[in-house]
Design a protein around this ligand. Structure first.
Ligand SMILES: [Zn+2]
Length: 79
């Protein structure tokens, strides 16, 4: 049988709890970034007026609904 003092047992429990909490936190951050990346995939930033709009046609060149200039469908820079 392994002899473990109460102090070591509590310390071990705290370490395991903190490790689990860290894993949940990392998973939540990863999930949030993935959702944000998916949401931003269809967004196009106009290089003339700065308007950010959704590219529903999925074509490489889209016209800005505000100023009418043609824009290449690239991801807008992160905020
Ligand atoms: Zn524009």
């Amino acid at each position: 049988m392994i002899h473990v003092s109460l102090t070591n047992l509590l310390l071990l429990g705290m370490i395991v709890g903190l490790a689990l909490l860290g894993c949940f936190w990392l998973y939540a951050v990863w999930k949030e970034r993935r959702q944000e990346g998916r949401a931003r995939q269809d967004l196009v930033s106009c290089r003339i007026c700065g308007n950010i709009y959704e590219n529903l046609s999925r074509s490489p060149m889209t016209a800005c609904p505000q100023c009418g200039s043609l824009n290449e469908a690239t991801k807008p820079k992160p905020i």
